[in-house]
Design a binder for this molecule. Structure first.
Ligand SMILES: Nc1ncnc2c1ncn2[C@@H]1O[C@H](COP(=O)(O)OP(=O)(O)OP(=O)(O)O)[C@@H](O)[C@H]1O
Ligand SMILES: O=C(O)c1ccc[n+]([C@@H]2O[C@H](COP(=O)([O-])O)[C@@H](O)[C@H]2O)c1
Length: 224
């Protein structure tokens, strides 16, 4: 299916007016292309992994680094699992893919996690690299509420991916700063995974097998 043929509307989670496909993303020959998948990953699930894999393929990325949040300040109203558990689940989930890695920068910095800090730190660690920040349609719709939002688009190209149950409305993001792509629809959320574990339902095949075992070993989400 070509970019122009991509379906729009609630069924695909896209909205008219959004720039679709990788067409407007930076393309600098010789520069490394690093995807950045930020998330609370409480727990990491196959929706995150499919999104990262699909963006890597469509945008010809050399690597995708998963960056678990330290303190996700916009989730301050709920219990968040300790960062070390979320970090280890992210390592377990990504270990077999040579294109995936995990960074502790947001955890080790301490304090509330702001993506401007994440991207500045990654730029310092990765000279001669173009950064591509991956977000689901829900997170992209909230981006103007992020701290120092106006700086974000000078630090990385943003890629919004479709997510079942969320229609992307363009909140007025800068032209050329954002691309939207369709990814295979997986109606999985960390919230639902936590609720399933709490009520004794399985999360097999929603999260990687090693993550199911880690949740069990550490008795995560039992009392929620
Ligand atoms: N099923 C999915 N499909 C596409 N993108 C997703 C999916 N689940 C999460 N994402 C995106 O991955 C990033 C990290 O998400 P996060 O770790 O908050 O997971 P979540 O499932 O949204 O968690 P919670 O339910 O706890 O809010 C966000 O940009 C989010 O939009
Ligand atoms: O920079 C901010 O103020 C900001 C506010 C909310 C979310 N984010 C980032 O968005 C990504 C997804 O966050 P979350 O809370 O939906 O897991 C993650 O990388 C967060 O650090 C960033």
């Amino acid at each position: 299916m070509g970019e122009q043929d991509m379906p729009t509307g609630p069924a695909s989670g896209t909205a008219p007016g959004i720039r679709r496909g990788p067409g407007n993303a930076p393309s600098n020959p010789g520069k490394r292309r690093l995807g950045v998948m930020g998330g609370t990953f409480d727990p990491i699930h196959h929706g995150h992994l499919v999104a990262a894999s699909e963006v890597a393929a469509q945008f010809h990325l050399d690597e995708v680094v998963f960056v678990p949040t330290g303190q996700p300040w916009q989730k301050a109203d709920r219990h968040v699992t300790p960062a070390e558990d979320r970090y280890l689940m992210t390592v377990i989930a990504t270990a077999e893919n040579p294109q995936f890695s995990v960074s502790r920068i947001d955890i080790d910095r301490g304090g509330p996690t702001y993506t401007t800090d994440t991207l500045r730190d990654l730029r310092a660690l990765n000279p001669d690299t173009d950064l591509f920040f991956i977000t689901g349609a829900d997170a992209l719709g909230q981006i103007l509420t992020w701290r120092y939002a106006e700086e974000l688009f000078s630090l990385a190209h943003f890629i919004g991916v479709t997510r079942p149950g969320h229609t992307l409305t363009d909140p007025g993001l800068p032209e050329g700063g954002v691309s939207l792509i369709e990814v295979p629809a997986l109606a999985i959320s960390s919230t639902d995974c936590r609720a399933r574990v709490a009520s004794g339902q399985p999360v097999w095949y929603l999260v990687p097998d090693g993550v199911v075992r880690y949740i069990d070993k550490r008795q995560l989400y039992r009392g929620e």
